[in-house]
Structure formats: structure tokens, C-alpha cells
Design a protein around this ligand. Sequence first.
Ligand code: 4HQ
Length: 235
Amino acid sequence: MDRRQQHRYDILSLFPGYFQGPFDESIIGRARDKGIIDINLVDMREFADNKHRRVDDRPYGGGPGMVLMPHPVAKAIRSVKTAGAKVIYLSPQGRKLTAKKCREIAELEHVVLLCGHYEGIDERVLQSDVDEEICIGDYVLTNGCLPAIVLLDSVIRFIPGVLGHEDAASEDSFENGLLDCPHYTRPEIYEGQKVPDVLRSGDHKKIAEWRHQQSLEKTLQVRPDLLDERVRLDI
Ligand code: 4HQ
């Protein structure tokens, strides 16, 4: 058990099996083994109040698809929620997830992630039991399980002790409002392509300048919107 504060994540969905692979492997798996994070998967169907374990029904006003009923969802949230917990609903109607937001969520001790299914969740639960709605990108997925995995994966990288190298997360893309620079490892020549000389020069000041220049050029080419944002924030 690590000395540091433990972070607890409850994930409410209809498919807890979805999370088995991603959460048992690699960096998340290791963070769980170290006891830095505790992930608890909750099957909302357990909270159905009918013997058929039905948790969805047809939308008022008509239209395609089904809607998750308020009772089982609210009961599932209330079964795990603590006084200081933040309840986040993953949905295309939320504010877009950013690196800044990930950092903020990483500070929280207890987070409840609510995954929607079908057309979504009865709006009244969002009003009464959800603190924040977050979207991982402007596209629509079949359910909220993958968005919850994406959010958790991007958040836990900011928790001290999760990445081997303590400040690895702060050198990645978006941390200074720019895309990351290119990376190289051995061999020195790969299919005729050489590693840039500057990276083998041992001159750390020149290397830092080169990397910054590469970041700026890449950002200008593929994400000029990020440069506009830097001007706005006066970075
Ligand atoms: N969905 N960012 C629809 C998403 C989504 C997204 C989750 C699909 C919610 C009801 N979630 N369900 N994009 O597309 O977070």
C-alpha cells in the first residue's frame, strides 16, 4: 500500500465486463496493484425495481431508442456516493474533456463515473444526482463505457506515483498548449532515416530549443487553434 492518498472511482454501467481488459493491464493495472487507485465496478441492473431487471423504457414524446429510467440510476449513484464525491456523467452534451480538466479531476479523492446507454438517461437524475457532464469528443459512441475508460486513463496519469517518471505527464502534448515534439530511439539509422544530429550532440540547451521549435512547427501545421488559445492565455 502506497503512503499517498488513495483515489476511489466507482463506475456505474450496464456492462461492467467492458472494463476488465483496460483496467487490469498496464499502467492502470499497476496503479491498482500499488493501491494508489481503487476502482469499483457497479452494474446498474442490480438496482432495477422489477423482476425482469429492466432499467430502460420508451421516451416520452416519442422517437427512436430507449431511455434509462431514473430510479435504478439514482439508486446506483446513491449506493456508492460519499459526502465529498463528485458524480460525472459521460455524454456528448457535456463540456469537452481537456488536459486541464483531467488535472482537476486527478485532485479529487472520490469520483463516480456514470455511463449512459441507449439514447441516454432520464434528465431528472442529471438534475438531482449528477454534478458535471463531460464529453470526450464530438462524435457519438454506442454507450458511455469507452468514454469512462478514456476519462479515467487520462486522469490517473496526473496522480503522483502512477507514471514511473514523476514529471512524465507534464512533458506531454497539451501541457504547454503545444503538441509534443518527435521522439527517437535506437537504431541511429532506420531504413535510411537518421536520428537528428542535435539529439546526439549532448548539448541540452540546444536540444531543448530544437524540441520547442519542432513542437511549434507541428502545432502550426496541424492544430493552429492551439496557438490561438496560447495567444489568448498569453503563454
Ligand atoms: N455517448 N463523450 C451516448 C457518447 C459520449 C461522448 C455516451 C454515447 C452516452 C448515452 N460520451 N451515451 N462522445 O458518445 O462522452
